[in-house]
Design a protein. Structure first.
Lengths: 380, 285
């Protein structure tokens, strides 16, 4: 049943997404300067275009959120420096909508991984703020929206406690559905997905997930849960490369945990990072929905030294406009000139036909001419 | 009206529809409400309406039947409105998912054209999918042209004009071309005012589908032949899936290959005579 909903909803998603149209979040280009503070654009919201809202995360080398003076955040659109209308600092980000997507395939029963996942999810829920909504979506061969987004932490904890693991893994199908759930919502939206194995049953591919979030505008962070032998190179099918790429391209981060404690730390850190983001709101200098991609760059200038940016990230967004909006309509003179040209094309075969028949049979012309003469005489 | 001229007129009238859609969309923009989805629905509907009305006009006016022209204009315009209103928001979503640029624009426009063509295909005398295919191909070309023009001319206005005119023209031309290429049965008028005109019969071909009345009344007949010696309802053409049966319902009589008939199965290249008008029945091109 869920599968059917998913397939029907996939088309609907693109339409629904237009209500709260947000920009693309393609591959990030982190600054290679080696700075300890990195800056990441996690979500671009263009639902109120030409007002654009950019969510920015600043973290240290360990992924822990770092507070920086708001004045250090520099924003550029298409290379033009932007002066934001407002900048919300650490802790001022609005309510979060987070979907915890958890692998409950059979392999999660081994080595206490399901128990660890439950504890980590509960830790995330417990540190959420009163207005933050969290939901629970599980997957094995099928996916199941166990707990709809809610601010009721008790209901969430009960839903998490009730999870059992069995069957195979179809993570990307579940992520497609997770994006569908969050797409119509406004504000900061995030998916945190946990898996311990390679996706072996999905119909959807990672590229489909990336495509689907383009208009929805949200971030996906991924968590790989292995076993103690991970360090020895035994990943037990954990597809880390795909998880890293997905997170990179979806404005999120990838983390690996090999035990319950590491997993709980990871979830708590993700929660802290989401709550510590900066929100930059500005009015785009180009207010037309022309369907042309615009580059967006956020950098962290280091005021203590006159050196270049300490952290830098770029992404693109599209304001919408498959049939582009133009600055001003065409003049009526131009419109009627073009119309006259097309009407002339319409009449051209008839005109040519007449001309050809006259050339072939010039007598017709003479007859007509002589026929007309008496009429003129009569009038005179 | 030769087959080539039919394609030409469809294309030019479709282009005029695209031009009207262009100026309409220029005037109202895409930000008249804060809800982009609603804006897309309205703009898509207006473009679909203008292209649909003009393509409907083509179908009606080529048979020199004012009643038919008004009827197909209204139906095709209405269907184009619905097709555009549904198609543009979906195409916009797809455009966003594909990351914009020339690929996104071409595919997005292709989908937009597909929806309008799907709607207009209903009145084009062929099955809907043929119109949809024509619309999609026209949209793809229009999208590529729009994006190329925008990049070359650095001017969205003229690029958009070129794109929408081409979209309308391609839609018209492809609908006519595909009707021409893929039609299974048609009547060709060999004499009289409509000499050269072809009536596509595909939509009447199914055994359980509608039958076609042939006559001189625009109100009572589906295939209208302006000939005073033809009765308002002169003959009935009934589909039998693989062929047609023609039944005479007039006093004056209907002749096939110079033999008067009451009811008969039509064979390829049969010559039908009613009043002073001669028609040739064709099957499969």
């Amino acid at each position: 049943m869920r599968k059917h909903i998913h397939k029907l909803g996939h088309l609907g998603l693109t339409i629904i997404s237009l209500v709260a149209l947000t920009g693309f979040l393609p591959a990030q280009e982190n600054d290679p300067t080696g700075s300890e503070t990195s800056v990441q654009i996690t979500q671009v919201d263009t639902s109120q275009f030409p007002q654009v809202t950019v969510y920015v995360s600043t973290t240290d080398i360990n992924g822990e959120p770092v507070g920086v003076p708001a004045s250090q955040l520099k924003l550029e659109e298409n290379g033009v420096a932007i002066n934001p209308d407002s900048v919300s600092g650490v802790g001022e980000v609005g309510p979060l909508s987070t979907l915890l997507v958890i692998d409950i395939s059979g392999s999660m029963n081994s080595l206490g991984k399901l128990v660890a996942a439950k504890e980590a999810a509960k830790a995330y829920v417990n540190q959420s703020r009163p207005n933050d909504a969290t939901g629970l979506l599980t997957f094995n061969t099928q996916y199941n929206y166990v707990q709809a987004l809610t601010t009721d932490n008790q209901a969430l904890v009960e839903a998490i406690d009730g999870l059992t693991a069995y069957d195979d893994t179809a993570m990307y199908d579940a992520l497609m559905y997770a994006v569908e759930i969050l797409a119509p919502l406004s504000g900061r939206k995030a998916i945190i997905v946990l898996t311990d194995g390679m996706d072996n049953r999905s119909n959807a591919a990672p590229a489909d997930v990336i495509s689907s979030i383009s208009p929805a505008g949200l971030s996906i962070s991924t968590v790989g849960l292995g076993d103690p032998r991970h360090s020895e190179g035994n990943l037990r099918g954990l597809d880390e490369a795909s998880l890293k790429e997905l997170a990179d391209r979806a404005g999120g981060v990838y983390g690996y945990a090999e035990n319950a404690e590491g997993l709980r730390d990871l979830y708590e850190r993700y929660g802290r990072a989401l709550q510590s983001e900066y929100v930059l709101t500005y009015t785009s200098p180009s207010t037309l929905r022309d369907g042309v991609n615009r580059s967006l760059t956020v950098s962290l200038s280091d005021e203590s030294s006159a050196a270049a940016a300490a952290g830098l990230e770029s992404t693109t967004y599209n304001p919408g406009g498959l049939v582009p909006e133009v600055a001003q309509p065409a003049s009526w003179a131009l419109f009627f000139t073009l119309l006259a040209g097309l009407v002339l094309l319409l009449a051209l075969p008839a005109i040519l036909g007449k001309a050809i028949s006259l050339i072939r049979d010039p007598q017709k012309t003479k007859v007509k001419f002589t026929e007309q003469q008496p009429k003129i005489k009569l009038k005179n | 009206m030769s087959r080539l001229m039919r394609i030409y007129y469809y294309a030019v009238l479709g282009a005029i529809g695209g031009l009207i859609g262009w100026q309409t969309s220029n005037l109202i923009g895409l930000s008249f409400t804060v809800n982009l989805l609603l804006n897309e629905v309205i703009v898509g509907a207006l473009i679909g309406l203008s292209i649909g009305v003009l393509i409907g006009l083509a179908e009606g006016s080529l048979t020199r039947n004012p009643m038919q022209a008004v009827k197909t204009c209204l139906i095709s315009g209405g269907l184009g409105t619905v097709g555009g209103a549904i198609g543009l928001p979906i195409a916009e979503g797809l455009f966003q998912m594909l990351g914009g640029e020339i690929i996104g624009r071409a595919i997005g426009w292709g989908i937009f054209g597909l929806f309008i063509g799907l709607a207009d295909g209903i009145t084009g005398g062929s099955q809907m999918w043929k119109g949809a295919l024509g619309g999609m191909l026209g949209g793809l070309l229009g999208g590529v042209l729009l994006e190329s023009s925008r990049r070359l001319l650095v001017d969205s206005l003229m690029g958009k004009a070129a794109g929408l005119i081409l979209l309308g023209a391609s839609l018209g031309a492809f609908i006519a071309l595909i009707i021409y290429l893929l039609s299974r049965a048609w009547l060709e008028v060999k004499s009289g005012k409509l000499k050269g005109t072809e009536f596509i019969l595909d939509k009447f071909m199914k055994v359980n589908g509608p039958s076609a009345f042939i006559g001189s009344s625009a109100l009572k007949s589906d295939i209208v032949l302006p000939d005073p010696d033809i009765a308002p309802q002169h003959a009935l053409l009934k589909g039998a899936d693989s062929h047609f049966n023609l039944k005479d319902i007039s006093r004056e009589g209907t002749y096939i290959n110079n033999r008067r008939i009451e009811q008969t199965k039509l064979k390829n290249r049969s010559t039908i005579k009613m009043g002073n008008t001669e028609l040739v029945y064709h099957e499969k091109r």
